[in-house]
Every structure is written in structure tokens, then in C-alpha cells.
Ligand binder design. Structure first.
Ligand SMILES: Nc1nc2c(ncn2[C@@H]2O[C@H](COP(=O)(O)OP(=O)(O)OP(=O)(O)O)[C@@H](O)[C@H]2O)c(=O)[nH]1
Ligand SMILES: [Zn+2]
Length: 384
């Protein structure tokens, strides 16, 4: 049962914190492609994901914002377009929205623009631009929005209104609130004695799974892996990354050691979602590395947070861990969250022609501890 300041049995306990409710509803609207109204300091702005903007929608949005519609881009996207001087979001003004180049940007035609530079004038975006971009990111959309001040005639729109503070505070408020909703034993090929514990909550109210392997002893540091979901690697054995290997070898090591906990985190594509990961893969086929591709889409180096993973471990009774990872940020995040990381074990995958660039980029750009020469090679495939 969740706790509520209003107590059980009251109406407030049914609806919970109004800021959270507001933000969660706005995320759902954004995912469905409907514009929302952002309210900040007494001003109202209409905001829509740039993903859905065809010519008709663009014209309608421009009308509803009194001809003051802007395309707002993140600093990461601006860097990728050759404008590294901006550390904050900047906007392309309404007057430029009709240009073919900007139309391509709105249509998210990365291929034509990456590396070509952006010559258009940039202007300071509307006051709520950062919250608008955050909303798009929380909704797993591309971080690019169309927005402008709501024209007085548009005040009767059937759009959801959300306060900018509800969005900007959402991550902090929501992220570490997770609760166990179900659990059951699931025997695995590599580890017969496993229990799957399903949590719900965190950013986006997703389901997060803890796999308790064997019988880890909470009185001693416990082997732990935080594993971000990777549909392609974990399930299909994609050769582009090392995730599937890491998933299976860490579970096997835990079983061999007598116990451990693997957290399977709903953070596909480093938290950007599977759609954005495939966009990034497309750009990688055109020659970019994994981080350059994310930057071209508008994402920073790595947007994942792991504080809710610490909350999951705590609820399971584990405070001291030996972390199986090559990623220094995972160690730092658990330590920041107050867990004791008593040791680190490397999580080895295999290397091959298809993932060597990915592994090297993780080592060189994100500081992962990876000795590529020490990794096993993928065996040659028999077909395909
Ligand atoms: N955005 C994006 N995500 C990717 C790409 N390739 C793999 N991923 C995702 O990267 C994440 C990798 O997760 P993990 O293996 O837990 O993390 P890691 O940061 O590599 O750290 P360790 O494996 O613990 O060393 C998964 O969510 C993958 O889906 C890519 O090219 N772009
Ligand atoms: Zn992967």
C-alpha cells in the first residue's frame, strides 16, 4: 500500500500528489501526440512534440500561438549542427520555420543536416523551453519541441494544462518512489533458484524487475548488476553491443557464487527508448559513433539515473554491494544514493567487428573500464 500524507480512506489518498498527477498526465498527452499547455509565472505556452509536425499541424500550431511558434532544440542537438556555443536550449523563430532546411529539421531528417551546419538565426526560446524539452524526453520522444505563447483566442482549447514546475520537479519527486507489486520463483537455464520481484514506480511509472539469484546474504556485500534493458542484445543476440553476453554471464556468475541480485531496468537505449535507439542505430550505419548519434538526436551523453535502483536494493534489504559493471557512473550513482559499493567486478561481453566501435566509444567517451584486447571474440557465424 502506498503512503499518503492525507492518510488512508480520504479522497486525497486516491489521487495522490497533484504535481505528480499533472506531470504523468502531460507525459501521456505528449506520447499521444497531442499538444499541451505549459503554465509558468502566469504565462501560458502551447507545446507540441516536433515528431508529429506535418505542414498542416505546423500551420495550426502557428495560428494558436499568434504566429510566434518556435522550434526549440537542445544544446546537444545544436552542437551536432555545428553550433557548440550554446549551453542552453535555443530556438529557431517562426520566420524561419518555412525554410526547407528547417522543415527538414522538424521532420527530423538527421541525415541531411548532421554535419551540414545550421545557418539560421537562433533566438532565446520561450520561458518554459527547458520544461518543454524535459517533457518530450520523459515521454521518450525526440527532444525537440514546437512551442509558442498561447494566443488569447486559443484559451478554450481542449488541451491539458500543466505547470512547468510539475515537469521540472517530476524526476526528483518520482524517481525513487518504487514499490513491490508482485514476486514469484522463475527457474533459469543458468540459475535454477531465482526469484523475480517486480517493482512499479520511478520516472514514468514503469515496471522494474529485480532477479534474486540463489540466496544472497544481506549481512555480506552482495553481487549486484544494474542492467539497462536492451531488446536487441538481450533477447535477439544483436552483435552491435555487448548486453546479451553481460546479462547471461553476470547471472551465471551470481549462481556460481551462491547468490546475487540483477536489476533489469526499463531503460532501453540508455533511457532514450527503443524508437530513439533505432534512430541512433540508423545514424551509426551512416558512420557516427554511439554518442555522436545520440547527440545528433538531441540527447546528452547518458541520461540514465540509477537512484531508483538503489531504492530497489534497499527495499530488498541490501545495503552493501559488489557491483558487476564497467561503467563508473553506476558506481558513483549507487554511492551517491548511500549504498556501500565494497567492490567492483568487470562485466565482460565479447567483441567482434560489429561492436568494436561501440565498445571503444564507451571506453573513450564515457570512461568505461574496458580492455578490448582482453575480451573474447564472437565465434564466426555459420550463416547470414
Ligand atoms: N542510445 C543508445 N543506446 C544504446 C546504444 N547501444 C546500446 N544502447 C543501450 O545502452 C544500454 C547499455 O546498458 P548497460 O549494459 O546496463 O550499461 P553500460 O552503460 O554499458 O554499463 P555496464 O554494462 O554495466 O558496464 C542499454 O540500455 C542499451 O539498449 C546506442 O547506440 N544508442
Ligand atoms: Zn545492447
Amino acid at each position: 500500500m502506498t503512503n499518503s500524507a492525507a492518510g488512508e480512506g480520504t479522497i486525497a489518498s486516491l489521487f495522490g500528489d497533484s504535481s505528480l498527477t499533472e506531470a504523468e498526465r502531460a507525459i501521456a498527452e505528449m506520447r499521444a501526440g497531442r499538444p499541451v499547455i505549459l503554465a509558468q509565472a502566469g504565462r501560458l505556452f502551447l507545446v507540441a512534440s516536433a515528431e508529429f509536425a506535418d505542414a498542416g499541424r505546423l500551420a495550426a500550431l502557428n495560428e494558436l500561438t499568434g504566429g510566434a511558434l518556435q522550434l526549440v532544440l537542445t544544446p546537444a542537438r545544436l552542437r551536432a549542427l555545428g553550433r557548440p556555443e550554446w549551453a542552453q536550449p535555443m530556438a529557431i523563430p517562426a520566420s524561419e520555420l518555412a525554410s526547407a532546411r528547417v522543415q527538414a529539421l522538424i521532420a527530423q531528417d538527421m541525415s541531411g543536416l548532421a554535419g551540414n551546419g545550421l545557418d539560421e538565426d537562433l533566438v532565446e526560446p520561450d520561458q518554459s523551453a527547458a520544461a518543454a524539452l524535459q517533457l518530450a524526453t520523459l515521454a521518450l520522444m525526440l527532444p525537440a519541441v514546437l512551442m509558442g505563447p498561447l494566443a488569447p483566442a486559443a484559451l478554450t482549447l481542449p488541451a491539458l494544462t500543466v505547470r512547468a514546475e510539475a515537469i521540472t520537479g517530476f524526476g526528483e519527486d518520482r524517481a525513487t518512489r518504487v514499490e513491490i507489486v508482485s514476486r514469484a520463483p522463475v527457474p533459469l537455464l543458468t540459475a535454477r533458484n531465482c526469484e523475480f520481484v517486480v517493482f512499479r514506480g520511478g520516472e514514468g511509472m514503469r515496471e522494474q524487475v529485480a532477479v534474486i539469484v540463489g540466496t544472497p546474504d544481506p549481512a555480506r556485500p552482495v553481487l549486484v548488476r544494474l542492467h539497462s534493458a536492451c531488446l536487441t542484445g538481450d533477447l535477439f543476440g544483436s552483435l552491435r553491443c555487448d548486453c546479451g553476453d553481460q546479462l547471461r554471464t553476470t547471472v551465471a556468475s551470481m549462481a556460481k557464487a551462491g547468490g546475487g541480485v540483477l536489476l533489469y531496468l526499463d531503460q532501453e537505449g540508455r533511457g532514450n527508448g527503443i524508437a530513439n535507439k533505432m534512430r541512433a542505430y540508423r545514424l551509426q550505419s551512416d558512420g557516427l559513433d554511439t554518442y555522436e548519434a545520440d547527440e545528433t538526436l538531441g540527447f546528452d551523453l547518458d541520461g540514465r539515473r540509477f537512484d531508483f535502483a538503489a531504492a530497489m536494493l534497499r527495499q530488498l534489504g541490501f545495503e552493501r554491494v559488489v557491483l558487476m559493471t564497467n561503467n563508473p557512473e553506476k558506481i558513483a550513482a549507487l554511492t551517491r544514493a548511500g549504498l556501500q559499493v565494497s567492490g567492483v567486478e568487470r562485466a565482460h561481453g565479447r567483441r567482434g567487428d560489429d561492436n568494436i566501435r561501440y565498445l571503444a566509444a564507451k571506453r573513450d567517451r564515457a570512461g568505461h573500464f574496458l580492455d578490448l584486447d582482453a575480451l573474447d571474440h564472437h565465434a564466426p557465424t555459420s550463416c547470414g
